[in-house]
Design a protein around this ligand. Structure first.
Ligand code: SF4
Ligand code: SF4
Length: 210
């Protein structure tokens, strides 16, 4: 049986990732890194609140049943852009080769192709939905989607952080005016842009990897 290892301290003290050179080159990148930083802070706060109620986080490093069992992970266009960039420009060595192979072989609706040897191959740039998905009590069984089997054990993202992260995403869709932004969040406009990670044609990404 695999030994449960706690998450690294950085999980509990989120840091904003920085890629100075690339952030100067791609205007969407600082936006996305801010979004992930806000999301991680929201998750940390959510976990802290649950722990104060006596609940324990079941997720641990090396646990990845969720990546294999989930079939409808929502992902925003800016996150797809981020994954393309990260995989093409930043992945290296064996992980890169495995990412390329798995993306080229991936068929629509199959599990996420970015899981490499039981760990997320794009961890720093994993989508918000993956960052949000945390389970309390006991780890998910293989094939279990705790969102459906025991919703009460799944962390509910804190609205304040979720809205703040989404608000940062609006300029990517050319929504910049103050009232436009407010209305967009209120009306859930960004939901219309959401795609499903497992339904993306990842072979296109594999073809762009030299
Ligand atoms: S969500 Fe479930 S499967 Fe995924 S890391 Fe947490 S306990 Fe493990
Ligand atoms: S992106 Fe990473 S964390 Fe999300 S499902 Fe794929 S392997 Fe798992």
């Amino acid at each position: 049986m695999q030994e449960n290892k706690p998450f690294e301290p950085s999980y509990f003290e989120p840091q904003r990732l920085t890629f100075s050179t690339e952030e100067a080159r791609h205007d969407w990148l600082p936006m996305l890194l801010d979004i992930y930083f806000i999301t991680d802070r929201g998750v940390r706060e959510g976990v802290r609140r649950e722990e104060n109620k006596g609940r324990s986080l079941a997720c641990y490093k090396g646990c990845s049943a969720c990546c294999r069992s989930h079939t409808t992970i929502p992902i925003y266009p800016i996150e797809i852009t981020g994954l393309y960039w990260y995989i093409i420009e930043k992945s290296t060595g064996e992980t890169r080769e495995k990412l390329r192979w798995q993306c080229s072989e991936h068929k629509q609706r199959e599990p996420c192709p970015l899981l490499i040897d039981g760990a997320c191959g794009v961890h720093p740039m994993r989508p918000q939905a993956c960052r949000h998905f945390n389970v309390f009590g006991k780890p998910c069984a293989e094939g279990e989607d705790a969102f459906y089997t025991r919703r009460k054990d799944v962390l509910t993202p804190i609205k304040k952080y979720k809205d703040e992260a989404l608000s940062k995403m609006l300029p990517f869709h050319k929504i910049t005016g103050r009232s436009q932004r407010r209305d967009a969040i209120k009306q859930g406009l960004l939901n219309t842009y959401v795609k499903v990670l497992q339904e993306i044609d990842w072979s296109k990404l594999a073809k762009r990897m030299p």
